[in-house]
Design a protein around this ligand. Structure first.
Ligand SMILES: Cc1cc2nc3c(=O)[nH]c(=O)nc-3n(C[C@H](O)[C@H](O)[C@H](O)COP(=O)(O)OP(=O)(O)OC[C@H]3O[C@@H](n4cnc5c(N)ncnc54)[C@H](O)[C@@H]3O)c2cc1C
Length: 465
């Protein structure tokens, strides 16, 4: 990359202008979402939806139809959002996609509940007392309805276990398994839409739209969630080459594979990994690359937090590895400025260590602020980056000094914003890359915003779920 004389100039490397493409994809995706909802509402309106609202019973049924259609549309959008569609992954990143998935998910679920209540109430001639009996009749007499009820039950399980309080009580594996019931729930709802729903087949446009959306969702899951990871795992035949202890409970796994130059991974990204050692291989765990990937090697660095992460210490060279990814947007892809700042906490330093190695910058253009409890990871490697690349490095030792502060206890009494401005006076003019626990990352977000950083230049990955 050519070094430009103005240090605050936007990045000029054509590779990094992918940020503009991603912005266009986000705009396009947002417009498509709203267009879909508009079309569905239009078909409902042209089918007499508004006129039906004039009567009590017909109004209930009509409102029920509209909420059902909007819920179906959003349920399929949900599936698409989590189908690992590469251009959506690149444009939004995992964190943002997961947040969108949550908002769209809860909205579609609420609409679905409204649909069930309103339709049943309408079929019960608008009499509340008759609705339980009507619900029973609808379930057993109408084609596809029994399946739809089973599908609804699956979605209820997914939503209830998705609520934060419930999630905190579940192991990740249990939550993830239950979450897969969402696919079953969506799949079971299809027959009733086909056989009972009027709008589904009412007009050629509607038929094309609904079949197209269903086909797209199923195709996206098969292609990107299942097909592509399998293809990449077979093609690259990734194997463990060595396992190195970095610190108490922290291990690096070095891997190699065939044609890794064709694996489109970048520093800062992560994969879902399955090590074929026996127990635990059925669960893919996300780990970021802790070194910039090259044509011959990949490295991850993992902290023991549970059974599967602890098992990595005992991996043997030659162990086969299945991968899903690369995912994530905490990479050069999100960059829009030459000057960058990395803020890491604990094991969150892994992707930022890779970025500090893999990104292009001139001496003084990049700085890493690294908070750690006892000892920093990668101390020797980071000092080498300081010496060879001119990376600025600020150690922030100590546990968090207060719940709402991103600083360690070892840095003295300065307030969060003043401290950040002291170390990185031009922070508002940089791209800021952040990785660490979710609550800590939120504190960093607040601090950088208070220091004047525009939210679109704050790039974050947290290791939670
Ligand atoms: C995008 C991303 C990148 C990550 N990169 C790294 C990394 O570079 N180094 C590192 O040490 N850790 C990383 N993690 C965290 C790592 O995935 C979990 O610590 C690991 O999966 C724990 O698995 P376990 O079975 O050993 O522990 P468990 O006992 O199952 O869980 C221990 C903790 O990890 C969480 N966890 C478990 N499985 C997952 C999962 N599949 N996704 C998210 N959280 C999970 C649990 O909620 C719990 O808080 C990353 C997480 C994410 C989401």
């Amino acid at each position: 990359m050519a070094v430009v004389s103005d240090p605050y100039a936007a990045v000029v490397d054509p590779q990094d202008s992918r940020a503009r493409v991603d912005a266009a994809v986000r705009t396009g995706a947002g417009l498509t979402l709203w267009l879909g909802l508009l079309l569905v509402s239009y078909w409902w309106a042209t089918g007499g939806g508004f006129q039906d609202l004039a009567g009590w019973e017909t109004g209930l049924t009509s409102a029920g139809r509209l909420t059902g259609l909007l819920a179906s549309d959003l349920l399929l959008v949900q599936v698409l959002l989590m189908a690992r569609v590469p251009f959506l992954e690149a444009a939004y990143g995992q964190d943002r996609l997961a947040r969108l998935h949550r908002v769209v998910g809860f909205t579609s679920f609420n609409l679905m509940v409204a649909h069930i209540v309103l339709i049943t109430w309408g079929y019960a001639a608008g009499e509340l007392t008759r609705t339980p009996a009507t619900l029973w009749e609808l379930t057993v007499d109408y084609p596809g309805m029994l399946l739809a009820v089973a599908g609804t039950a699956c979605l209820v399980v997914v939503v209830v276990t998705g609520v934060k309080a419930a999630r905190a009580r579940l192991r990740y594996e249990s939550w993830h398994l239950l979450h897969l019931y969402a696919y079953l729930g969506v799949g079971l709802a299809l027959p009733h839409q086909l056989w009972t729903g009027q709008e589904f087949l009412a007009s050629p446009g509607g038929t094309v739209f609904w079949w197209g959306l269903w086909g797209l969702s199923v195709g996206a899951v098969l292609l990107w969630r299942i097909g592509l990871p399998l293809w990449r795992s077979v093609r690259h035949r990734i194997r463990v080459t060595s396992v190195v202890r970095e610190d108490d409970g922290v291990t690096s796994v070095y891997m190699t594979g065939r044609r890794l130059d064709r694996l489109p991974a970048e520093a800062g990204q992560f994969f879902g990994w399955r090590f074929l050692t026996g127990p635990g291989w059925t669960r893919a765990h996300p780990y970021s690359l802790s070194a910039a990937p090259d044509a011959h090697s990949l490295r991850i660095t993992v902290k023991d937090l549970g059974d599967d992460s602890a098992r990595l210490r005992a991996l043997r060279p030659g162990t086969r590895v299945l991968v899903e990814g690369p995912y994530g947007r905490l990479s050069a892809r999100a960059r829009s400025r030459r000057r960058i700042a990395f803020l890491a906490a604990g094991i969150g330093v892994t992707p930022l260590r890779a970025l500090a190695e893999g990104m292009s910058y001139a001496p003084g253009e990049a700085v890493l602020l690294y908070r750690f409890a006892d000892r920093p990871l990668f101390e020797r490697e980071l000092r080498l980056l300081v010496a060879e690349r001119g990376l600025g490095l600020i150690w922030l030792p100590g546990h968090r000094r207060a719940p709402r502060s991103w600083l360690g206890a070892g840095v003295g009494p300065a307030d969060d914003v003043a401290a950040l401005r002291y170390w990185v006076p031009d922070v508002a003019e940089r791209d800021v890359y952040v990785c660490g626990p979710e609550a800590w990352a939120e504190d960093v977000r607040r601090t950088t915003e208070a220091a004047g950083l525009s939210p679109d230049r704050f790039h974050v990955e947290s290791f939670g779920w």
